[in-house]
Design a protein around this ligand. Structure first.
Ligand code: C5P
Length: 244
């Protein structure tokens, strides 16, 4: 399994508008950071060629397009992303067990067919922008948010996904209930004293490490720092210290 018992690995979110700036960040950070998250904005603007340029710099890509559609369509999207050679990608768990299973199978089949390493498929549970009230209104359900996140994570594991995206608050419970082999990817990371920005539930790198998280996603604290490389190094040092 791909999850690690050591420190979480840092994924830098390339949340920038211009490709040159994104490629500059990859070039600067590549000695210390291996994984970069490309979201729908950058991918929609720049496409697969941009993913190949990142890979050409020796980096791995977390393609965060949050696929959410019928199983056959998601299967096709996952095959296309696997063919691009990404290391990790996201699908919405609320697409259902059949859709998630189709995604997991498509990644495995396409990777085998192309002799590539199988990418990790991680599930998005409940978007952090949705409140309990939004869920009650949308789905006519008053389920507790944490219960819902755990339930969706359990379904993701049953369907064969490799892990889920979750806040540090939820990571420990997911690890406890679903086992160490199921990866947890945690965004909302802020080193002590850093600007929280629009994040509501934030945690330090040390808290993320203590929660058992396998990967932390960090955007602004690194990409907007005066020295992104120094900011990344400080976060990596904090993660190492925390897991000792
Ligand atoms: O700049 P910041 O560190 O807040 O960036 C976090 C990254 O993680 C962004 O790309 C954001 O879209 C993503 N993310 C998040 N919260 C989630 C899921 C993804 O912040 N629940």
């Amino acid at each position: 399994m791909n999850t690690k018992a050591s420190s979480p690995e840092v994924i830098v979110a390339l949340d920038v508008e211009e490709r040159e700036r994104a490629l500059g960040l990859v070039k600067e950070l590549i000695p210390r950071v291996r994984l970069f998250k490309v979201g729908s904005r950058l991918f929609t603007a720049e496409g697969p060629a941009f993913i190949r340029e990142i890979a050409a710099r020796g980096a791995s890509v977390f393609l965060d397009l949050k696929f959410h559609d019928i199983p056959a369509t998601v299967e096709g999207s996952v095959r296309a992303a696997t063919a691009m050679g990404v290391m990790m990608m996201t699908v919405h768990t609320s697409g259902g067990v059949a859709m998630m299973a189709a995604a997991a199978k498509a990644a495995a089949d396409e990777a085998t067919r192309r002799r590539l390493e199988r990418p990790l498929i991680v599930g998005v549970t409940v978007l952090t922008s949705l409140s309990k009230e939004d869920l009650a209104d949308l789905f006519a359900s008053d389920l507790d948010l944490r219960v819902l996140v755990l339930r969706l994570a359990a379904r993701a594991r049953e369907a064969g996904l490799d892990g889920v995206v979750a806040s540090v608050d939820e990571a420990a419970a997911i690890k406890r209930e679903l086992g160490g082999g199921f990866a947890v990817v945690t965004p909302g990371i802020r080193p002590a004293g850093a600007d929280v920005g629009d994040q509501k539930r934030v945690a330090t790198p040390a808290a993320a490490a203590a929660s058992g998280s396998d990967f932390i996603v960090v955007g602004r604290p690194i990409i907007e720092a005066p020295s992104p490389l120094e900011a990344a190094e400080a976060i990596i040092a904090e993660l190492r210290e925390a897991r000792r």
